[in-house]
Ligand binder design. Structure first.
Ligand code: GAP
Length: 508
């Protein structure tokens, strides 16, 4: 655990030192759970967004992209259920003055019981070696069974209490489990209260005429309310999808773990409109397609897993998370939800406008069902950053930090170094850069030794460094050095583009 925390701290420090992520408003001591992306972070984020857009929009003839406004009519959030139900139960500890999500305190308690079970299993596996039958052990070991029973009992109290808005029931559960504040160690809790996560502000110039509006807590509703506009103007036939990326805002009670849970973040969402009754088929399709999108980056599949929801929201008939092995363990990276006709149906009702698809072949009109894929861009960024961060001991005893980012996502693709600042080498280097910079993000550097320049680019994940030396002036060849292997090769200038392009390809 301490190791994981140390690793996470190192990644956060590295992200700041190398211009990936800064605390927002840092010179004013920062703003909690809000972050800025620096020069390298903005590029990495842009590349992830582009990878998503290509996979979803460019690669699917029946998916189109839109860009809806952040401000929307307040009734949209009434229809979607966010005004009444986008709440988290919160509780304060009177001694530490810290605020927590009450359900998360209980879930953390469950996680501790689960960790105890895993420990028992691990110990037994060591003891019995090859002969160990994990399933039998889990089904018969008294300590495992006792903890499983406890978990079951807790879930049987927590989930109904959450569904029924039973704040007293949640408080009683926290007391019965004797959950203590992780900071003060005290059990001195306030009552549990519901807290709406939407930020609101006023639109309009005069106090009397102003109306209360919300900053969108998800981009999805901008898609639902444009369903008919896009369907009609794009002459879309079911099944079809609408995709968009953009900012979302949530006043998270507990915003922690760096950019994992932020108050301002970016989502990449796609709503896929299908014929009722076919949604499970499409749910399975998108589960597989989205997992493929993740593993196509070259990151090993053991880093990902599905977590199917046991407890479904009232409007969903299937839901799963794609979880990633972050430095703090497996956590949700993306959600795939079969949302039935809940959203379009609710907007039909409240707006009084028909939001239906007319199928000219069967002559029937219906409210489509929706399968949604929703991923946080910032979470994907954190997944890429944490997976890439590598500390390496080299053969000569020295150390390097290298960001082993998938090459196509790297902020800079080619770093261009003249060996020295004289003899016409900078001019030649700039000439080469001019040829390449239209197609690749390049970076020119002439300061410090080549070794130091390599290290700086290892630290930001640049897949290729090119050195221009005196031989370049004679035969138009350069040394190209690959980031992960550190192999160096002498190649003609004319082949740089094809070598780099080959490595930037994503296989589908
Ligand atoms: N339209 C469905 C929806 O918004 P969600 O599970 O609430 O579903 C989808 O959010 C994704 O957005 C999550 O899987 C996560 O990647 C990202 N996300 C949600 N809240 C976030 C936050 N506070 N900070 C960063 N990313 C967040």
């Amino acid at each position: 655990m301490a190791n994981q925390e140390d690793q996470f701290k190192k990644i956060i420090a590295h992200a700041k030192e190398y211009g990936f992520v800064f605390q927002s408003s840092e010179i004013y001591d920062g703003l909690s759970a809000v972050y800025d992306y620096g020069q390298n972070g903005a590029e990495l984020k842009r590349n992830i967004r582009e990878y998503w857009w290509k996979a979803m929009v460019q690669m699917h003839e029946n998916i189109v992209g839109i860009d809806s406004a952040i401000f929307m009519h307040p009734l949209i959030w009434k229809a979607s259920g966010h005004v009444d139900a986008f709440n988290d139960p919160m509780i304060d500890n009177k001694d530490s003055k810290k605020r927590y999500r009450a359900d998360v305190l209980v879930e953390d308690h469950i996680a501790k019981l689960e960790a105890k079970i895993s420990k028992e299993v691990e110990k037994a596996a060591k003891r019995f070696g090859e002969a160990f039958d994990e399933q039998q052990f889990r089904e018969t070991n008294p300590r495992v069974l006792e903890n499983l029973k406890k978990i079951e009992e807790i879930k049987n109290r927590l989930y109904p209490a959450m569904d029924q808005n039973d704040m007293e029931g949640i408080k009683k559960l926290i007391e019965d489990l004797e959950i203590v504040d992780p900071i003060s160690g005290s059990k001195n809790w306030t009552d549990v209260r519901q807290f709406n996560l939407m930020f609101s502000t006023q639109m309009g110039s005069t106090a009397e005429g102003a109306s209360n509006i919300y900053l969108r807590p998800e981009t999805a509703q901008g898609i639902f309310v444009n369903f008919l506009n896009v369907q009609k103007t794009g002459r879309m036939k079911i099944p079809f999808g609408i995709a968009q990326t953009g900012k979302a805002f949530r006043n998270e009670i507990v915003a922690r773990q760096f950019i994992f849970r932020m108050r301002e973040f970016e989502q990449m969402e796609m709503q896929f409109f299908v014929r009722p009754g076919t949604e499970m088929e499409w749910f399975r399709y998108w589960k597989e397609a989205r997992m493929k999108w993740h593993t196509n980056t070259g990151i090993p599949s053991v880093k990902y897993r599905f977590h199917d929801h046991e407890k479904l929201a009232h409007y969903a008939n299937a839901a799963t998370d794609i979880e990633f092995d972050f430095p703090m363990g497996f956590k949700e990276l993306e959600g795939i939800h079969s949302r039935t006709d809940f959203d379009l149906g609710a907007h039909e009702k409240l707006s009084g406008k028909k939001l239906r698809f007319f199928d000219s072949e069967t002559n029937e009109s219906y409210v489509p069902y929706v399968v949604e894929t929703s991923i946080g861009l910032d979470r994907m960024f954190l997944a890429m950053l944490s997976n890439a961060y590598t500390e390496e001991k080299l053969e000569d005893g020295s150390e390097r930090i290298v960001m082993k980012l998938p090459a196509f996502l790297a902020p800079t693709k080619i770093a261009i170094f003249p060996l020295t600042k004289k003899d016409g080498l900078p001019e030649k280097a700039r000439e080469i850069m001019d040829e390449l910079k239209m197609d690749f993000m390049c970076f020119y550097e002439e300061k410090d030794t080549i070794g130091k320049r390599y290290r700086r680019h290892d630290a930001i994940g640049t897949p290729y460094c090119i050195t221009i030396d005196h031989q370049t002036l004679e035969d138009n060849t350069v040394t190209i050095r690959e980031r992960d292997t550190m192999n160096q090769e002498r190649v003609p200038v004319s082949s740089i583009a094809s070598i780099v392009s080959e490595n930037l390809k994503v296989t589908w």
